[in-house]
Design a protein around this ligand. Structure first.
Ligand code: NZQ
Ligand code: ZN
Length: 389
């Protein structure tokens, strides 16, 4: 491990079937006014809303609901609306109850309430850090995948500009606490469950497929990938298997809470390709990643051959006998593709609503990263998208 780093993660986690008790422990630490933020209504159908409101009322809080509900892939217009709502409520705490969209949106609101500048320009185009007071955020997680419950990530979509951009804020924007009850994920539709599972897997890939030094983080990530593949198949057959759901939930949190990235370079190009697809089609995040992954990794494999070989051997148990390094590496990707198809992931962007007429927009919307095994050119991005239809 060759990199220098500092590590601190300030989010307090309450995990397990009793995790909601943690909300009651946390609430007294904050002022009276709570901006309650949630999505399109799943929490009202599965009873989580009632549990949260009961805790808020028992703790004597004044509840201000964020009108309208947060849509998947929250938009910049919704962000402006939430900021106004939080200002009117004089929010002391923003409580996000939902998945990555709700949690990421809550963070974007939290850094914008006391900010005079346009948050889209400041945070998502100019990537500036907050220069104002930040309203604390707490989270009750209902959808597993993004790791937003224990990180500073916030992703906002601007349809007019055809951009979906993530800002990874510092520790001062991480949720102060997160409530993680694996049972809360039982009501997720299968499409969302597997999309979240692939989001987790890809977060690990983005951090694994980078660098050539011997790094503890890579060994940890191999273990996480093995656990995730195992638990995903159990949950696929038996969605209410607590053991599998809890392992998936905890892996998601650790896959993107900054821990495994420490001391490493990281890639994130699959997320840039996926976010371009998301900006233009508004498709589900994990599916956009699944749809571009195989063309990207097959293209990048020769540049990171040693790591792809290691991935095949250590994550997928490929038998190396009689095979060249390249053949071993390719078998690893084949095993990964087989697993993805078994989960029922969307494996091309056509099925997500993209078509060849969108190619220029897709290429123009893709940010180019330089931490992976090969910095892509615009032509290479175009070629990868062409393979993804
Ligand atoms: O809106 P409701 O009605 O609640 O329904 C949601 C939504 O339709 C539903 N859902 C959530 N929990 C449920 C449930 N349905 C039934 N039972 C439950 N328990 O699931 C749907 C998807 O929710 P969403 O929050 O959009 O999913 P996800 O957690 O995948 O979040 C995606 C967003 O997070 C961003 C993505 O780009 C996307 O905008 N990301 C955030 C990151 C971060 N903060 O670090 C990193 C990620 O890479 C990602 O980019
Ligand atoms: Zn992701």
């Amino acid at each position: 491990m060759l990199g220098n780093f500092t590590y601190c993660n300030p989010t307090k986690i309450y995990f397990g079937t009793d995790a909601m008790q943690g909300l009651r422990e946390e609430l007294p630490k904050y002022g009276k006014n709570i901006l309650l933020v949630y999505g399109g209504g799943s929490i009202k159908r599965n009873g989580i809303y009632d549990q949260v409101v009961a805790a808020l009322k028992d703790c004597g809080k004044e509840i201000f609901e964020d009108a309208g509900g947060v849509m998947p892939n929250p938009t910049v217009e919704k962000l402006y609306e939430g900021v106004e709502r939080a200002r009117k409520a004089k929010a002391d705490l923003i409580l996000a109850v939902g998945g990555g969209s709700v949690c990421a949106y809550a963070k974007a609101v939290s850094v914008s309430v006391h900010c005079d500048e346009d948050p889209w320009d400041k945070y998502f185009l100019r990537f500036e850090e907050p220069s104002c007071a930040i309203v604390p955020v707490g989270c009750v997680l209902t959808m597993v995948g993004t790791g937003s419950e224990m990180n500073g990530g916030s992703v906002i979509t601007n349809h007019a500009q055809k951009l979906k951009i993530g800002h990874v804020f510092g520790e001062n924007v991480f949720p102060k606490f997160s409530v993680l009850n694996p049972e809360f994920t039982y009501t997720l539709p299968k499409y969302q469950m597997v999309s979240g599972i692939y989001d987790i897997f890809n977060h690990i890939c983005e951090q694994y497929f980078s660098g050539t030094d011997d790094s503890t983080s890579d060994y940890i990530m191999e273990g996480m990938m093995r656990s995730l593949v195992h638990s995903s198949l159990v949950a696929l057959d038996d969605p209410e298997n607590y053991e599998a759901r809890s392992n998936i939930m905890w892996t998601a949190t650790w896959a993107l809470n900054t821990f495994v990235a420490k001391g490493k370079t990281t890639d994130w190009e699959v997320h840039m390709l996926g976010q371009a697809v998301g900006a233009i089609t508004n498709a589900t995040h994990g599916m956009t990643l699944a749809a571009v992954s195989m063309p990207y990794y097959r293209f990048i494999l020769p540049y990171g051959l040693a790591k792809f070989k290691r991935f095949a051997l250590n994550v997928w148990n490929v038998s190396p006998k009689g095979l060249t390094d390249e053949e071993i590496a390719k078998e690893g990707l084949q095993a990964m593709e087989k697993w993805m198809r078994k989960l029922g992931l969307v494996m091309n962007i056509t099925d997500l609503g993209a078509n060849e007429g969108m190619l220029d927009d897709l290429v123009n919307s893709t940010l180019i990263m330089n931490g992976g095994y090969k910095e892509l050119t615009k032509d290479e991005i175009r070629a990868i998208f062409k393979e993804s239809f």
